[in-house]
Design a binder for this molecule. Structure first.
Ligand SMILES: [Zn+2]
Length: 169
């Protein structure tokens, strides 16, 4: 029997016909106790009204969130589902994934962020500078000599270096 997702009707506790409802709404009402396994349901293509449990002997429900959150939601819901006679048989968690558009936006943000980081780097870290030094060559005049010990310039006639007291021969 085909089970269309939409346009489910059920018989309320007051005997009135309720609906149409999407299947997820119907499942939510089951968890909330608004309908039970014995509630009569009907959808297009069915010959007659049938109890919920015989129409849906297997139910697939989804719990969204991070794994711990989804597991917590599942644990809570499984308690009320158990009161309706439904026990979990298997479960699997599939991590959420981002769409292509989200990836492109993230990529653009990366480029912007990299640009900002480069800009900040340029503000903080200055590029290598250049130190300019001017040298002047000063020739030693005839009247002076270089002390061989301390390399200072002293008078040519000096017998003792005035800087390091080196005695000239
Ligand atoms: Zn000297």
């Amino acid at each position: 029997m085909s089970q269309p997702e939409n346009n489910w009707y059920f018989v309320g506790t007051d005997g009135s016909q309720q609906g149409p409802h999407h299947l997820p709404s119907l499942l939510a009402m089951l968890s909330a106790g608004q309908i039970t396994a014995a509630t009569l349901v009907w959808s297009a293509g069915m010959d007659d009204w049938q109890p919920f449990a015989s129409t849906f002997n297997i139910i697939a429900k989804t719990y969204r969130g991070r794994q711990e959150q989804a597991t917590e939601l599942f644990k809570k819901d499984s308690l009320t589902m158990a009161t309706q006679g439904y026990s979990p048989t298997s479960q699997s968690y599939m991590p959420g994934s981002y769409g292509c558009g989200e990836f492109i936006i993230a990529l653009l943000l990366c480029f912007i962020l990299i640009g900002i980081l480069i800009f900040i780097y340029m503000l903080i870290v200055k590029p290598n500078g250049t130190l300019s030094v001017t040298y002047e060559y000063r020739r030693v005049t005839m009247a002076e000599k270089i002390c061989p010990k301390c390399a200072e310039q002293v008078k040519a006639a000096a017998k003792v270096c005035r800087f390091c007291h080196h005695e000239f021969e």
